[in-house]
Design a protein around this ligand. Structure first.
Ligand code: PEP
Length: 254
């Protein structure tokens, strides 16, 4: 019987100054202080991480970044290393988000190197994959997502693979208000688990697979009923502490 962690991660994208982040943290902690059966992660902009470290210390909320460099350290102007993230108490990092792939030219190879580096320093990668609308309409979504998973993860040892989280994020559902049906989310998350099984064997049963794409307080409950959907990566609906708190409570009926 699978014993998977359930995870709800917020992705603030390029929103919130330091003082806005601090204000959010105070309100959010009040909302989620009684949540015990879910891992809650806030993936904030780099500039807010240090302030959030202080606000979230000893709380149930984990801290994550939205990107990191594949290099360890060195002459990489403008980049942030995994060790720097650990230093501000990050334990998670989103890698391969479609906005980074589409707008900043990140390739499967870049993402594979970033996943390796994150694992090497002890961060948990939240590895994102997902198809665009054209691929879905052409019936090529499953093959596309399988290739993304294979290229990013096939070079990683079985032991390290056990430490990742995968987020299935169909691009047509991100920030559009269109959510994949819970059946579609389940189908792709089960496919991803099949690909992970080919890579790491039965240990894939313990890898949390999240759905992301216009998740809200109103639809999280239905998504969480699906056997292979272990949580959500939430963009827009994570920006307000009260409504994100409500979403988390709806994901974790007590
Ligand atoms: C995301 O940014 O990963 C995301 C899923 O965004 P949204 O929830 O706004 O669709």
């Amino acid at each position: 019987m699978a014993n998977r962690r359930r995870v709800i991660a917020g992705n603030w994208k390029m929103f919130k100054t330091v003082s806005e982040a601090e204000d959010y943290a105070i309100k959010f902690l009040e909302e989620v202080k009684d949540v015990t059966d879910l891992d809650v992660v806030l993936c904030a902009p780099f500039t807010a991480l240090h302030a959030l470290k202080n606000e979230l210390e000893e709380s149930i909320v984990h801290l994550g970044a939205q990107n990191m460099a594949w290099g360890e350290e060195g002459a990489y102007t403008g980049e942030i290393s995994g060790r720097m993230l650990l230093d501000v108490a990050c334990t998670y990092v989103i890698l391969g988000h479609s906005e980074r792939r589409e707008m900043f030219g990140e390739t499967d190879q870049d993402i594979a190197k970033k996943v390796q580096q994150a694992l090497a320093v002890g961060l948990t990668p939240i590895f994102c994959c997902g198809e665009n609308l054209k691929l879905r309409e052409e019936g090529k979504a499953a093959e596309w997502v399988k290739n993304q998973v294979d290229s990013a993860l096939s070079g990683i040892s079985k032991d390290d693979l056990k430490r990742i989280i995968v987020a299935y994020e169909p691009i047509w559902a991100i920030g559009t208000g269109k959510t994949a049906s819970s059946n579609d989310a389940q189908e792709m998350c089960a496919n991803i688990r099949g690909t992970l099984t080919e890579l790491m064997g039965p240990a894939s049963e313990n890898v949390p697979i999240l759905y992301g794409g216009s998740v809200k307080a109103e639809n999280i409950g239905e998504l969480m009923q699906e056997p292979d959907v272990d949580g959500a990566l939430v963009g827009g609906a994570s920006l307000d502490p009260l409504s994100f708190g409500k979403l988390i409570k709806n994901a974790s009926p007590m």
